[in-house]
Design a protein around this ligand. Structure first.
Ligand code: 48F
Length: 264
């Protein structure tokens, strides 16, 4: 059979268009495809919710690919081993309480499990703003990352969601937008973004979990963005907190959705 180039183009257009139309109104939008965002999306999609994840770059994985200082091995503590194992990713014990995984294997496996669970991943798209109403954030304003990079004067599109999650890492970009542009105060001690503190692995890992919560009506924070928002320290190249935070935010949002609508 001779290949018809027009059909190849048509297939891409039709299938992409169908996926996008189905994702205009979802339960949860996740901003950022690092480890915390991938884990959160996997759990929520696996429980039957409609979930979209937006990632600015070509590939998901965020800061996980590079391990520590480009040495492509990640370390997780005992408490987080179960999260990786739930995704079928075995850890190699290093020392009592410390486990290692090849970072490339970890990212690709997390991404594969997320897609299998039904998470819709939109790579090459950046979230530049939120949609607001009087009482809460109700959606995201998205554009192609290439538009952002080239600083083109092109208006964005919008998607609706019940909850959104800032998993943009150190930059906590979504919270920055909300603080700057949406009337009202953040649920932080000062009502403003507290800002990330210097490195302290033990404390940071513990605080990442405590700081994983709703920061504004309709907006949750997880991963490094949670500490940057609530004033916790950075943790350096240990990834257990990111995985546990992704799981915790998924559970918090599931509880909210169940209390609003009942079980899926
Ligand atoms: O930074 P990142 O990996 O976030 P994380 O899940 O994990 C943090 C760790 O990698 C590491 C650490 C702990 O060991 O401190 O840094 O908290 O991934 C964040 C992702 O969000 C994307 C960005 O490209 C990256 O892949 N991102 C950031 N801003 C936007 C965005 C945006 N406005 N729209 C879409 N994607």
């Amino acid at each position: 059979m001779a290949l018809d180039e027009r059909i190849i183009t048509q297939a891409i257009l039709d299938r992409w268009h169908q996926k996008f139309r189905e994702s205009l109104d979802v339960d949860v939008c996740i901003v950022g495809g690092g480890p915390s965002g991938l884990v959160a999306g996997s759990f929520l999609a696996g429980w039957g919710y409609k979930v979209s994840l937006y990632e600015r770059k070509l590939s998901v994985g965020g800061g996980m690919w590079g391990g520590g200082m480009m040495l492509n091995e990640i370390v997780v503590q005992e408490e987080a081993r179960g999260v990786l194992e739930a995704f079928g990713i075995p850890c190699r014990p290093y020392m009592d309480g410390y486990h290692c995984v090849d970072s490339v294997y970890c990212v690709t496996s997390l991404a594969a499990r997320a897609c299998e669970a039904g998470l819709r991943i939109w790579n090459l798209m950046s979230v530049e703003d939120v949609v607001m109403r009087d009482d809460r954030v109700t959606g995201l304003v998205i554009n192609w990352s290439a538009v952002e990079t080239a600083r083109l004067h092109v208006d964005p599109l919008t998607v609706s969601c019940r909850f959104c999650v800032d998993t943009t890492g150190h930059a906590c970009e979504l919270v920055h937008v909300v603080e700057r542009k949406v009337p009202g105060k953040l649920h932080t001690p000062t009502g403003k973004l507290e800002g990330e503190k210097s490195l302290w692995a033990e404390k940071a890992e513990q605080l990442t979990l405590e700081n994983t919560r709703e920061v504004f009506p309709g907006v949750y924070v997880a991963g490094m963005a949670a500490n940057a928002t609530f004033g916790g320290p950075r943790m350096g190249p240990i990834f257990g907190g990111m995985l546990l935070s992704g799981k915790k935010v998924a559970e918090c949002i599931r509880d909210r959705l169940v209390s609003e609508r009942g079980p899926t």
